[in-house]
Design a protein around this ligand. Structure first.
Ligand code: KG4
Ligand code: ZN
Length: 339
């Protein structure tokens, strides 16, 4: 069983599987708190933590019922132990501890980013090593997944995450939170060449990202003139695509240098922003030019969910990586520290 509560999704799932995957998702229950946070234009940590407390036991019961088993039927209980909004993480981890203690099952404290990273194995059985682009509201990183708990960081954002840039741009356009899907919709009918926006870090050494200059440029435009929302959305999305493509290409060079023996390695794109089809298409084209095979988990497994947490639990359990009940929730927890 997996439990996820690190942001604004309260989720529980039951997954069965082994080896490199794919796994069998027996249930995948999600309660999205979007309605609670929408009036504030973003996730409010206290509201999130309270909603997790109110919802989680019911969500766990639903996930068990959906899988057609009782708590006694699960082999282990995994929960996101970080990184994330600390109040929410604590609710999920404490719930998992209580379940593990009550049912006498082992506990697995899962890094949320590792769960996103391994979701391609759950969904598609992708083999190690693979190149991973993690693009969500909180994270924007390029990594190599060499094994469970073994990640090598190629690049990370030095300011905002890509999803955050989408959300902030959407807010400037007066669109509802979360803005990513709204921007994608608007961009479909927009002229991407209308506004000339910067592509920070493009062409730089390494594979780091930066999005704050792009966000500032969008803000400046909206202050200076009456913008056309569809054209601005399209221009913004085109800039993000250029940035992701450029940084992705740099990481592919690094991967080929580090793993010259890997034939047609997988390029996995995970996290909420991977739900964007324009971004997916651009990255798929890049991957095929560069000799990589792009793999994207289905949208339900790309955004926050508990099936990926359960799966990360399975992968860790197979290696005997269990955690004591004294394990603590962490607001910050880098993926290169999970080993
Ligand atoms: O992975 P996720 O559900 O949560 C975490 O941040 O961990 O990602 C949510 C982020 C939000 O910033 C949202 O705006 C963005 O993913 N997102 C999108 C799209 N769908 C979700 N961004 C661009 N295009 C989309 N279609
Ligand atoms: Zn996430």
């Amino acid at each position: 069983m997996g439990i996820e509560s690190s942001c604004d999704e309260t989720a529980a799932a039951v997954v069965r599987g082994q080896g490199a995957g794919p796994g069998e998702i027996l249930s995948n229950t999600i309660f999205s708190q979007l309605d609670e946070h929408r009036p504030y234009g973003g996730v409010v940590p206290e509201i999130a933590a309270r909603a997790h407390v109110e919802m989680l036991d019911g969500i766990v019961a639903q996930a068990l019922a959906g899988a057609g088993i009782g708590l006694g039927g699960v082999d282990a209980v995994a929960a996101t132990a970080g990184p994330g909004l600390i109040g929410g993480v604590m609710v999920g981890l404490v719930t998992a501890k209580a379940l593990a203690l009550a049912a006498d099952k082992p506990l697995i404290a899962v890094n949320h980013l590792e769960a996103h990273g391994l979701s391609a194995r759950l969904a598609l059985g992708v083999e190690f090593p693979f190149l991973l682009l993690l693009v969500s509201g909180g994270h924007c990183q390029l990594l190599v997944a060499e094994g469970v708990g073994r990640f090598r960081l190629y690049g990370t954002t030095i300011d905002d995450a890509a999803g955050e840039a989408f959300d902030k741009t959407a807010k400037l356009l007066g669109l509802a939170y979360p803005g990513g899907p709204r921007i994608e919709e608007l961009a479909r009918d927009g002229n991407a060449k209308r506004y000339d926006l910067p592509r920070p870090m493009r062409g730089r050494d390494g594979a780091d990202f930066s999005f704050s200059g792009l966000k500032t440029a969008v803000r400046q435009l909206t202050l200076e003139q009456q913008v056309d929302p569809a054209d601005l959305a399209a221009s913004f999305q085109a800039a993000v695509i250029d940035i992701l493509r450029d940084r992705g290409r740099a990481a592919m060079d690094m991967f080929r240098r580090d793993f010259p023996q890997a034939l047609a390695p997988a390029f996995v794109v995970a996290g909420g922003v991977a739900a964007n089809s324009a971004i997916r298409n651009a990255l798929a084209a890049l991957a095929s030019t560069e000799g990589f095979e792009m793999k994207v988990p289905p949208p339900k497994l790309c955004t926050d969910n508990a099936a990926m947490v359960a799966w990360a639990g399975i992968e860790r359990a197979q290696l005997g990586l269990f955690d004591p009940l004294s394990v603590t929730a962490r607001a910050r927890w880098l993926l290169c520290e999970v080993a």
